[in-house]
Write a protein that binds this ligand. Structure first.
Ligand code: PFF
Length: 445
């Protein structure tokens, strides 16, 4: 199987484009708001530093060495018992679950691009009512915008890694960062800023439960695109001379910085308006539009620019969510890119429509299972179960199945012996045991 190669900066842009997405700007702030603020953020930051970064490096070296889909890479690199690794194929399908609800949210964002042109709500209350009405009653427009989001994603994926993904990222990532920074500098001038800083960075441990911990850990996986072979798949296209450590650290840093900046912006605006942080998945749609409205017609332009950039951040991630499954189907079953995309697309489409309807009052009962709607089930199953599980499998492979000398030889060009030992410790002990403990704690206690 021959995979196309990125340019050196192309890989970092694509991996950052994958990592930076709705997870940072839509999900991180609302989860922080729902889970009590600082303590959640601290657990998330600790997980990124101690577990996420090590696993990211592990996925990059596997991808770079294997140059193939995730499952084939496990099989070719495993010194013995190769057949076991076909069971790691479960991680290839995590993406379908994520993409389904992810596309629904990109659909909401596209709808907000359009409504930012027309009119912006002037208060948080008005914005909240509008968002609530869209999600719980307006199945038709959600369905239309879901379709737009879905077909844009599919279209870019048909173009492949180099022409599609690398090009799109080159323009859109810098644009998103610029808009976010502009909002950030404005947020600093607001009274709500200091409240936002203490909400995000002063932990209140009384708010922490086993669910909070699992959610923070799961979100660290989600935000760095770990645990389902996405980074492995992109690294299969890594140019030979790339510095694995520097590329991984840059992506983790950019991703974390963007999430924190987005959190500060959103909570500054929210506290400034005297609103509550626990609005749930509507948070970004509720907190920002009234701020844009303050700027009069200039605000409409800000609104459009923000939601366009957010939509693009979502699309570059959505494309990366599909890629591991595409590479898996094309390389193992010899399917064409189009046929693979058709299969993935069909599954995603069905699940996406179910997810969308599960929030709409009229239809929710048909797509609710065990008291939980499809949207929430997909989110929970992917972030809190499948991604961490995928991470554990990858860590076991790199830490226990591959011989130490082999891993050392893959990394020695980029790190000294002390850093290697720290990394190896994290992969062998921290990742599998800490993540497993968090999962077991949640499920059984
Ligand atoms: N990291 C993306 C985000 O934060 O929005 C979501 C994601 C992309 C998760 C790719 C998993 C993945 F493989």
């Amino acid at each position: 199987m021959k995979v196309a190669r990125f340019s050196r900066i192309g890989f970092i842009l694509a991996a950052a484009g994958s990592a930076v997405g709705l997870g940072n700007i839509w999900k991180f702030p609302y989860m922080t708001g729902e889970n009590g603020g600082g303590a959640f953020v601290l657990i998330y930051l600790l997980t990124i530093t101690l577990i996420g970064l090590s696993l990211f490096i592990a996925e990059v070296i596997l991808g770079k060495e294997g140059r193939n889909d995730a499952v084939s890479t496990f099989e070719t690199l495993a010194p013995r018992n190769k057949y076991i690794w076909k069971y790691s194929g479960f991680m290839i399908f995590t993406g379908v679950l994520i993409l389904a609800f992810y596309t629904v949210v990109i659909g909401w964002i596209i709808k907000y691009v359009v409504s930012s042109v027309i009119s912006l709500p002037t208060t948080v209350k008005e914005a909240g009512d509008a968002f609530g009405a869209m999600v719980t009653t307006d199945a038709t427009s959600q369905f239309i915008y879901f379709n737009i989001a879905f077909f844009i994603t599919i279209f870019i994926v048909t173009k492949g890694i180099k022409k599609g993904i690398e090009k799109v990222n080159l323009i859109l990532m810098p644009m998103l960062i610029l808009i976010l920074l502009a909002l950030f500098f404005y947020a600093i001038t607001l009274d709500g800023f200091s409240e936002a800083v203490s909400f995000l960075f002063v932990p209140d441990w009384s708010k922490v439960t086993d669910t909070t911990i699992l959610k923070a850990v799961g979100h660290a996986f989600f935000t760095l695109s770990l645990g389902m072979g996405t980074i492995m798949t992109y690294a299969a296209s890594l140019p030979k001379e790339s510095n694995v450590l520097r590329a991984s650290a840059s992506v983790a840093l950019i991703d974390t910085a963007i999430a924190l900046i987005a959190g500060l912006v959103i909570f500054s605006f929210l506290f400034n308006a005297g609103a509550e942080p626990s609005a749930g998945p509507g948070l970004v749609f509720i907190s920002l539009p009234p701020v844009f409205a303050d700027f009069g017609s200039l605000g409409n332009i800000f609104g459009v620019a923000f939601f366009v950039a957010l939509g693009f951040a979502g699309i570059t991630s959505a494309v990366s969510i599909v890629e591991p499954t595409i590479l898996y189907l094309t390389s193992r079953f010899n399917y064409s890119r189009i046929k693979s995309l058709f299969i993935i697309g069909l599954l995603t489409y069905i699940l996406g429509v179910m997810a969308l309807l599960s929030n709409v009052k009229e239809y929710a009962q048909y797509v609710t299972f065990g008291g939980k709607g499809t949207f929430d089930i997909l989110d929970f199953a992917s972030s809190s179960v499948l991604l961490p599980l995928g991470g554990i499998v990858i860590a076991i492979f790199v830490g226990y199945v591959l011989p130490r000398e082999k891993t050392y030889s893959m990394l020695k060009a980029y790190m000294n012996d002390t850093i290697f030992s720290l990394w190896y410790f994290s992969i062998r002990y921290l990742v599998p045991f800490a993540v497993l403990a968090v999962m077991i704690n949640k499920i059984f206690f």
